[in-house]
Write a protein that binds this ligand. Structure first.
Ligand SMILES: Nc1ncnc2c1ncn2[C@@H]1O[C@H](COP(=O)(O)OP(=O)(O)OP(=O)(O)O)[C@@H](O)[C@H]1O
Length: 359
């Protein structure tokens, strides 16, 4: 296991690039705790694979350093970093049995006999592969093969970290759920540093203690799932996480008052607003409620989605789309209604970044 530090790390695929726009990874300094379960989450093209390849040693960063337990490994190849990797598609030896596949990474490192056997059986049991141990990998389904790949990644007890790159892509949706919680249990049982790359928020939130959200080559927030939900550090985190995402509305804020769509909302905290920045407020649909016309902000009702246990209103506040909850006793909903925002859950953003208020 290792603590992994990224120190002033940045990467451009263009030699000699100086414009930040040419950087797939913008400068970042970040520590991955020993034994942590991390998800690296972001949309396609935000730089996840670039960052993972730099940590694994497939790519040498154009700027900054990667440290494993304080040791600079920036220029070391993958083999010298003592990490395990699990990729999107199964990497298994078809002619070997499941047992031999799982034992391979251990034997390759010079481990012998009983130690190998114990570890292979432990991992096989954790992944429900015990019954298959003597079968050749060739005849197995894609799901089973990917389980073997996961097992091969998890089997070595001495790795600095295990890097997963979208490992459940080929897995059947039903089994995905099962494997996700299994991976979480495995992390607890094995106490290894794990970094799990995904663009799927459910996968990230169910697996990780800490979710690292990337957007446009930057890490915009690293936090616990509840922190990302309750205090999105960037408007991007607000609408990327959550379903539907956070409502973001242009506003002007002075002290503890926000002007939104012509109405004034009193905020529980006071804000110092930097000059010349785009000011927005953000509020999650869970804390915005549809109300009778004349209450709160005036909105137009576009539609009501029945979600089974609750209803979600899709609204227009002037030209802005807003999602809000529908209280049970509201009665008939016409074309116009009111919208009440819970002030304690309103965040203020300047150029996308969350501002801290003062009580
Ligand atoms: N080998 C390369 N040469 C040049 N540009 C690259 C290379 N690999 C990635 N890029 C660019 O770097 C940026 C980040 O790509 P990266 O693959 O790291 O993102 P990602 O978040 O992993 O996306 P995806 O989920 O689609 O794999 C993108 O703009 C991409 O076009």
């Amino acid at each position: 296991m290792a603590r992994i530090e990224l120190s002033d790390l940045a990467h451009s695929y263009r030699r000699g690039a100086s414009d930040l726009g040419d950087f797939a990874l913008k400068p970042m300094t970040l520590t991955w705790r020993q034994g942590g379960a991390y998800a690296l989450l972001g949309p396609s093209g935000c730089g996840k694979t670039t960052l993972l390849n730099i940590i694994s040693g497939l790519l040498v960063p154009s700027h900054g350093r990667v440290l494993f337990d304080g040791r600079d490994v920036s220029h070391l190849p993958t083999e010298a970093r003592n990490i395990a990797q699990v990729f999107q598609f199964p990497v298994v030896y078809d002619t070997m049995t499941v047992y031999e596949n799982l034992a391979f990474p251990l034997r390759n490192r010079g481990m012998m006999g009983g130690t190998v056997d114990r570890r292979v059986r432990e991992i096989a049991a954790l992944l429900d592969l015990t019954e298959e141990l003597n079968r050749k990998a060739r005849g197995l389904t894609a799901d089973a093969k990917q389980k073997i790949s996961l097992g091969r990644g998890l089997v070595r007890p001495d790795v600095a970290a295990i890097l997963f790159d979208e490992p459940l892509t080929v897995i059947d949706p039903q089994l995905k759920w099962e494997l996700r919680s299994k991976l979480k249990a495995l992390h607890r049982a094995l106490d290894l540093t794990m970094i799990y790359v995904t663009h799927d928020q459910t996968e990230a939130l169910t697996f990780a203690d800490t979710v690292v959200v990337m957007h446009d080559g930057r890490v915009v927030q690293a936090g616990r799932p509840d922190e990302l939900f309750e205090k999105p550090a960037h408007t991007f985190v607000g609408y990327f996480i959550g379903s539907p995402g956070m409502n973001v509305l242009p506003a002007s804020v002075a002290g503890n008052h926000a002007q939104v769509a012509g109405a004034t909302i009193e905020l529980p905290q006071s804000y110092e607003i930097p000059a010349g920045k785009r000011i927005e407020i953000g509020i999650r649909p869970e804390f915005a409620m549809l109300a009778r016309p004349g209450e709160g902000l005036p909105v137009r009702v576009e539609r009501i989605d029945d979600l089974g246990r609750s209803r979600l209103a899709r609204l227009r506040l002037r030209e802005h789309a807003v999602a809000a909850g529908v209280p049970d006793g509201l009665g008939e909903i016409g074309e116009t209604a009111g919208l009440i925002l819970q002030p304690g859950h309103i965040h203020v953003y300047a150029d996308g970044a969350r501002l801290d208020g003062r009580a």
